[in-house]
Design a binder for this molecule. Structure first.
Ligand SMILES: Cc1cc2nc3c(=O)[nH]c(=O)nc-3n(C[C@H](O)[C@H](O)[C@H](O)COP(=O)(O)O)c2cc1C
Ligand code: SF4
Length: 434
């Protein structure tokens, strides 16, 4: 039987603190925890092999070790519950089903880093999750797990829920911090990294919902047991949001290293692909797409997906069958990224919009020779030249959809009755699109 470390309380009514405690909740918040030094707890998390589940996969223990000890400034913990990446919906469900597990994870992180004030930055549209979290926080305060002198330990922690305003870019940790502080949600240049200078120029740990929710299980069962659930280099389990052409889309927790096709086809999970599989986006909209042949070789862990030149990302799997147009899929992604660019870097602001406008003309049957190569050239030029990775998150789908499904894109260009009439794309004529 698969060991679950994050979703084991789903469907059991654990949003009520009584039920959560009956199921073993808050067991880690006691003398055993408060006897551990900050160093010992960070070391324990490091040994578990836990890596950030928000997208970048950065080792959690290492990130925590960057937060200065004995800082004269307050240390903040900010939970990233913005979840705006297309295809990703696991954190929303995690918060709705088991909010106390998140609170317990936050107390553990809080103790490790000396945090007195923590925030949960929740995507604005998640109204039910916000209500669920606020109700759970009240229960946790009433039961002495939050507030002053938690369980008689002398440690105090306050948690506030902060509602975002619905911009995808506010999921990027420094934009999130700007937004939390009341400024425009635009990413900051790094360094300094938030661990050193984040919210209100104080040391700030930003962690994803799922990352923190893995901590109570690790405390209860030990870091080695967690590590052993996955592969030698990708410890533990991972929660995936699966959507697209599968019989039973949903949120599934599986051991790291599980074959992608097992996730899509097993009766326990998605129960099979509808039609003939054409490709899979394995880790959220910015992760490079896999062809069906590549998907058959993929295991769901950091190393296997990296060997296929893609990534685990936020764990959003989108499977699509042969009835889907690669051109149409890429068009919705380029529209999304052009819309969500925050606009402060010229390559991203102009490049993502330009690429989107070119593809729109192709979809409209007005494509020209050179359009696809122009898009590829644009993507190469707006990659790695910007403050944050949003531009790259647009470049990767462009490069991989066009690269792997080129004949479909060529056919789309050839649908233009005037195809071949001009070698000059109208996108290069000033004023053509404005
Ligand atoms: C454009 C963009 C959007 C992001 N959106 C999210 C998000 O919605 N949730 C999240 O946890 N991380 C998101 N991230 C990653 C965060 O910047 C950060 O790496 C993460 O919250 C750290 O937590 P972790 O180490 O627990 O993964 C995003 C990054 C970028 C560049
Ligand atoms: S890359 Fe794009 S989204 Fe990121 S800071 Fe620059 S303009 Fe904003």
């Amino acid at each position: 039987m698969t060991t679950l470390t994050v979703t084991q309380n789903f469907g059991k009514g654990a949003k009520d603190i009584g039920v959560y405690k009956e199921l073993g909740g808050y067991a880690s918040i006691g003398q055993k925890l408060f006897d551990l030094s900050q160093f010992e707890l960070i070391d324990l998390v490091t040994r578990s092999g836990l890596r950030g589940r928000g997208g970048a996969g950065f080792p959690t223990g290492m990130k925590w070790s960057f937060v200065p000890r004995n800082s004269p400034k307050p240390v903040y913990l900010v939970v990233n519950a913005d979840e705006g990446e297309p295809g990703t919906f696991k954190d929303h469900v995690l918060m709705l089903e088991d909010p106390h597990r998140l609170i317990e994870g936050m107390i553990l992180c809080g103790w490790a880093l000396g945090v007195r004030t923590a925030y949960i930055y929740v995507r604005g549209e998640f109204l039910a999750a916000i209500e669920t979290l606020n109700a759970a926080l009240k229960q946790a305060y009433d039961a002495g797990y939050l507030g002053q002198n938690i369980q008689g330990s002398g440690y105090s922690l306050d948690i506030y829920v902060h509602r975002g305003a619905g911009a995808y870019i506010c999921g990027e940790e420094t934009a999130l911090i700007n937004s939390l502080e009341g400024f425009k949600g635009q990413p900051r240049l790094k360094p300094p990294f938030p661990a050193v200078s984040g919210a209100w120029a104080s040391p700030t740990c930003v962690n994803n919902v799922e990352t923190l929710m893995a901590l109570p299980w690790i405390m209860a069962n030990g870091p080695e047991a967690y590590m052993a659930l996955g592969t030698p280099k990708s410890g533990g389990t991972k929660v995936f949001s699966v959507s697209g052409d599968v019989i039973r889309p949903g949120v599934y927790e599986i051991p790291m290293g599980t074959p992608l096709m097992e996730l899509l086809e097993s009766d326990k999970y998605c129960q099979g692909v509808i039609g003939t599989l054409k490709g899979v986006i394995p880790g959220g909209s910015s992760s490079p797409v896999l062809t069906a042949e590549e998907a058959a070789r993929a295991n769901m862990d950091y190393e296997s997906l990296a060997s296929l030149k893609t990534m685990l990302g936020s764990g959003a799997v989108v499977a699509f069958n042969t009835t889907r147009s690669a051109v149409g899929m890429l068009a919705s992604l380029t529209r999304f990224y052009a819309h969500e660019s925050c606009g402060q870097c010229t390559p991203c602001r102009e490049g993502t919009g330009y690429a989107d406008r070119i593809l729109k003309t192709v979809v409209a049957g007005k494509g020209r020779d050179g359009d696809l190569d122009n898009m590829l050239s644009l993507a190469a030029n707006f990659s790695y030249t910007t403050i944050c990775p949003l531009a790259i998150a647009d470049a990767w789908p462009i490069e991989n959809f066009i690269g792997k499904f080129r004949s479909e894109f060529d056919e789309a260009v050839e649908r233009n009755p005037e195809h071949g009439a001009s070698r000059v794309t109208p996108a290069f004529r000033p004023g053509a699109f404005w």
